[in-house]
Design a protein around this ligand. Structure first.
Ligand SMILES: NC(=O)c1ccc[n+]([C@@H]2O[C@H](COP(=O)([O-])OP(=O)(O)OC[C@H]3O[C@@H](n4cnc5c(N)ncnc54)[C@H](OP(=O)(O)O)[C@@H]3O)[C@@H](O)[C@H]2O)c1
Length: 339
């Protein structure tokens, strides 16, 4: 093993500030694993992080990305969960092993404030990694820790979405495609929106029952109303934030649930919350998930041999291009990087 490794690093904000740097390969201390990273995937959060829009006070230099998979290269003293050669993924928030989210965990997330997965070798406490199902390719495995687990937490842990229930999913990005796959496994009737007809056709082949182009039909909540015979859906996977929330509120049935996950359509807008109280609507925030939830999701993925939707794989040297591609919104599912 050489003593140095390559890592993608930004020292100031901006996509053009991402540079390949040489760093020492760390050695594992007690309870730590040295992981040789094989693949990473990009999340919208990583784009915001590099641009300085997620945390303007972020300490740099920083290695971006929370999601990745690798092989255990060296095991530190007092480790007993994993051996050399095991294929593992770091969890999103170190120390969050089970139970509800807690404030401190936000200070221990990979890809900001802790260094992330876009490096050849990564040191992680063995308590903060999970084993990865064999049937997944490295790129598929790299797609699941954040986007997959967030969708799982909404559809299965916070829901659950039950057979025959109506599930509305916004967009066809990383989280939304996993929500579609978990919605299909749950036996839901699925309505999906996108700004692109080709993506909607692909979503249909994956099991979506109804599609709406939100560009052709800006009042897409009326279309949801029509499709559901005026009843509304039982659940909404809300990735747009305040820019779409009012329409999601109008799409859900009285007593239904909205899983508030993202802010793709902006962070500020006037919002009429009256229907939320008048119709007993549940708005449930979702932040990724615990290690226990990740392990449960992996069991379900392995039983059903679910293949994460990987849109495009970039090389490690093409990281900036990969981010630009994610920013363009052309992708369907996940954008990955082979390390
Ligand atoms: N809370 C959490 O724990 C958590 C975890 C992961 C992600 N997130 C957040 O969830 C959101 C999605 O993340 P992601 O990684 O899945 O993003 P992504 O892969 O970049 O998804 C982007 C897609 O969302 C769709 N979209 C964009 N604007 C939209 C709008 N106004 N209405 C409906 N769809 C819209 C577009 O799909 P079409 O091209 O099909 O229109 C776009 O391609 C982000 O805000 C992210 O920060 C939160």
């Amino acid at each position: 093993m050489s003593a140095t490794q390559k890592a993608q690093v930004f020292r100031s904000f901006g996509l053009d500030q991402l540079k390949m740097e040489e760093r020492d390969i760390p050695r594992p201390g007690a309870g730590e694993l040295l992981i040789q990273m094989k693949a990473a995937s990009l999340n919208f959060r990583d784009l915001l992080m590099v641009a300085g829009q997620y945390n303007p006070k972020l300490k740099m230099p920083m290695v971006p990305c929370s999601d990745g998979v690798g092989v255990v290269q060296e095991v530190g003293p007092h480790c007993h969960r994993f051996k050399e050669g095991a294929r593992v993924s770091p969890i999103f928030a170190r120390g969050w092993h089970d139970g509800p989210a807690f404030r401190e965990m936000l200070k221990s997330t990979h890809g900001g404030p802790l260094d992330g997965t876009l490096q050849q070798y990564m040191l992680v406490p063995e308590a903060d990694v999970v084993s990865i199902p064999d049937y997944l390719t490295d790129e598929e495995a790299a797609a699941i820790p954040c986007a997959g687990l967030t969708a799982w937490s909404a559809v299965v842990e916070k829901g659950p979405v039950r057979p025959g229930e109506k599930l509305l999913i916004l967009g066809t990005g990383g989280v939304s495609m996993f929500a579609l796959q978990f919605g299909v496994l749950s036996g839901a009737e699925i309505i999906i929106t996108s700004g692109n007809d080709e993506k909607l056709e692909r979503a249909k082949t994956m099991g979506a029952h109804h599609t709406i182009n939100y560009r052709d039909k800006p009042s897409w909540e009326k279309e949801v109303y029509r499709i559901t015979g005026g009843r509304g859906v039982d659940h909404v996977i809300e990735v747009g934030g305040v820019g779409t929330l009012e329409k999601s509120i109008r799409s859900v049935r009285p007593g239904g649930s909205i899983y508030l996950i993202g802010v793709l359509a902006g962070k500020e807008a006037p919002l009429d919350l009256t229907p939320v109280l008048m119709q007993d609507i549940r708005i449930q925030g979702v932040v990724v998930g615990s290690r226990r939830a990740f392990e449960n999701m992996n069991q379900a993925l392995a039983v059903h041999k679910v293949r994460p939707v990987v849109d495009k794989v970039f090389s490690f040297e093409e990281t900036t291009e990969a981010f630009a591609y994610l920013k363009s919104g052309s992708h369907f599912g996940k954008v990955c990087i082979r390390i």
